[in-house]
Design a binder for this molecule. Structure first.
Ligand SMILES: *[C@@H]1O[C@H](CO)[C@@H](O)[C@H](O)[C@H]1NC(C)=O
Ligand SMILES: *[C@@H]1O[C@H](CO)[C@@H](O)[C@H](O)[C@H]1NC(C)=O
Ligand SMILES: *[C@@H]1O[C@H](CO)[C@@H](O)[C@H](O)[C@H]1NC(C)=O
Ligand SMILES: *[C@@H]1O[C@H](CO)[C@@H](O)[C@H](O)[C@H]1NC(C)=O
Ligand SMILES: *[C@@H]1O[C@H](CO)[C@@H](O)[C@H](O)[C@H]1NC(C)=O
Ligand SMILES: *[C@@H]1O[C@H](CO)[C@@H](O)[C@H](O)[C@H]1NC(C)=O
Ligand SMILES: *[C@@H]1O[C@H](CO)[C@@H](O)[C@H](O)[C@H]1NC(C)=O
Ligand SMILES: *[C@@H]1O[C@H](CO)[C@@H](O)[C@H](O)[C@H]1NC(C)=O
Length: 424
């Protein structure tokens, strides 16, 4: 299934396995992100970013009573957010969001660990199918598939299906991509398992919705990538999947700092995932999330341990051209995680997730055109609460939601002044 692993076993990884085999399931503990000394990454390339001017835009926030993670808009009036182990339905028809209803994971559903201190316990990223009938909620062994109308109604039978291989390729599923025909899903397993030699992996399911609404998944396998594999984005033509790993696949151990963007062939992923890996391109010091610009020409990658936003030429990435593939290297706030595109602007979620002193949290606002012309620094920041993690942009492009993980708030930001500019 994963051809390269066979040769790895006999070469360098015998040592790696003994050092790291126990780590995937047991860390990070629940609140380690903000308060405890970290176990990973072991080395960073920067701590506190230089001070940034505050950008004056209107924001408003909602206390959500737990740590929010992923968010997605269904329409101009409804959005979904994951909050710990539940899905919140948000009424976003006014600027300040309201929680309309919350659907918790029933206690008898097994989709990963039942240990609240374990990384795979919470709900992470979410995505809607293109027909908007199902919401995929990523967690633990895979994903919980929700029926959208039932979830909005807050029903206790909202779960339409589960995608799980019982932790075979990992127990900390974190992000998902859905093919345009809604027939395949690609799930990032951040830390992998012993089957992936503790590299992160992309797991693949083909999915079918039965007439009664039940969603069934067929497990297609996985492809192992670098350590701590999280971010995913399709190329504009959907033929390639770009995936970020904090430490590259070619690294000998996870103390190395150089991460990578892996390029996967989507058609091969659908049939034989273990053969879908094409190549990886150096991605800076711990890249974590990525997003394609609206014109499809640039892949924007947050590089958390360097306080950077890297722009890759997406056409070169897709063709394995490494010369001048990085077309901009921009300074952000501290420990950027989430990344969003608003017209010609790129926003990074400057998380300060490791709690460095004397710095701000917020969203750095980068004018992509100026960045691609060479402006690298002095970008302003929209201030937020603690640990901004992920973003969701409203369909009209005028409101950005920010999940403030440690502040336990969802903030709405009026980005209409940014959205009014060009659509790059
Ligand atoms: C805190 O940050 C500000 C702005 O970057 C800087 O001027 C100041 O010296 C810093 N203070 C400490 C104690 O590091
Ligand atoms: C914030 O909202 C108020 C009230 O709608 C408006 O008057 C003001 O111009 C807005 N400020 C910004 C920076 O958009
Ligand atoms: C689910 O909701 C229905 C209708 O409100 C209720 O009758 C039923 O007892 C609930 N089931 C569980 C398992 O909570
Ligand atoms: C992974 O570990 C589990 C439990 O220790 C074991 O049952 C399984 O066979 C191992 N899988 C591989 C591929 O080594
Ligand atoms: C939906 O249909 C499938 C296949 O016939 C069946 O196994 C399943 O129990 C049904 N689910 C519900 C909720 O009716
Ligand atoms: C997945 O694909 C296989 C063929 O490769 C097919 O037999 C199976 O029914 C599909 N499963 C689902 C749930 O779509
Ligand atoms: C990785 O770093 C940790 C913490 O600094 C250290 O304990 C460990 O020995 C290192 N492992 C390798 C393989 O260098
Ligand atoms: C990608 O480029 C590298 C360096 O030129 C080459 O070694 C490798 O075979 C290429 N891979 C693919 C899949 O084209």
């Amino acid at each position: 299934m994963v051809g390269f692993l066979v040769s790895w076993v006999t070469t360098v990884t015998a040592i790696t396995i003994s050092l790291f085999a126990v780590s995937a399931r047991s860390f990070p503990p629940r609140n380690y992100f903000a308060v405890s000394p970290r176990a990973f990454p072991t080395r960073v390339c920067a701590t506190t970013a230089p001070a940034q001017d505050a950008l004056d835009v209107n924001t408003t926030s909602l206390q959500v009573g737990g740590r929010p993670f992923g968010m997605v808009y269904l329409s101009e009036s409804i959005a979904f957010a994951t909050i710990e182990r539940s899905v919140a339905v948000l009424d976003v028809s006014n600027f300040t969001p309201k929680i309309k209803t919350t659907v918790p994971l029933p206690p008898d559903v097994v989709i990963g660990t039942n240990d609240p201190d374990s990384a795979g316990y919470e709900f992470h990223g979410i995505a809607l199918t293109h027909d908007k009938r199902n919401l995929y909620v990523v967690t633990g062994y895979g994903a919980v598939v929700m029926d959208v109308p039932k979830t909005i109604a807050g029903r206790n039978d909202s779960i339409a299906g589960l995608l799980s291989r019982n932790g075979y390729a990992g127990s900390n599923a974190v992000q998902i991509s859905i093919t345009p025909d809604d027939k395949f899903v690609f799930i990032s397993q951040e830390f992998g398992s012993n089957a992936t030699l503790n590299r992160g992996a992309i797991e693949v399911y083909n999915v079918t919705r039965l007439e009664n609404g039940t969603v069934v998944g067929g497990y297609k396998g996985f492809v192992a990538l670098g350590y701590a594999t999280v971010g995913q984005a399709f190329s504009k033509d959907y033929k390639k999947l770009f995936v970020t790993s904090e430490v590259s696949r070619s690294a000998r151990n996870k103390n190395e700092t150089e991460g990578a963007v892996s390029v996967l062939d989507v058609e091969t992923l659908k049939t034989t995932p273990g053969k879908a890996y094409l190549y990886e391109i150096r991605g800076g010091c711990h890249p974590v999330r990525c997003k394609l610009a609206n014109d499809g020409k640039t892949l924007w990658v947050t590089v958390r341990e360097a306080n950077q936003l890297l722009a890759f030429d997406a056409e070169k990435l897709a063709k394995n051209v490494t010369t001048d593939v990085v077309v901009a290297n921009v300074k952000t706030g501290t420990s950027p995680v989430g990344v969003a595109v608003v017209g010609q602007y790129i926003l990074t979620a400057d998380s300060n997730r490791f709690g460095y002193s004397n710095t701000t949290t917020g969203a750095t606002v980068v004018d992509s055109l100026a960045a691609l012309r060479g402006k690298t620094s002095r970008w302003p920041q929209i201030r937020t609460g603690r640990f901004p993690r992920e973003f969701a942009l409203s369909p009209d492009g005028n409101t950005m939601l920010v999940a403030e993980y440690d502040a336990q708030k969802i903030r709405a930001v009026d980005v209409s002044s940014l959205n009014a500019r060009m659509d790059v």
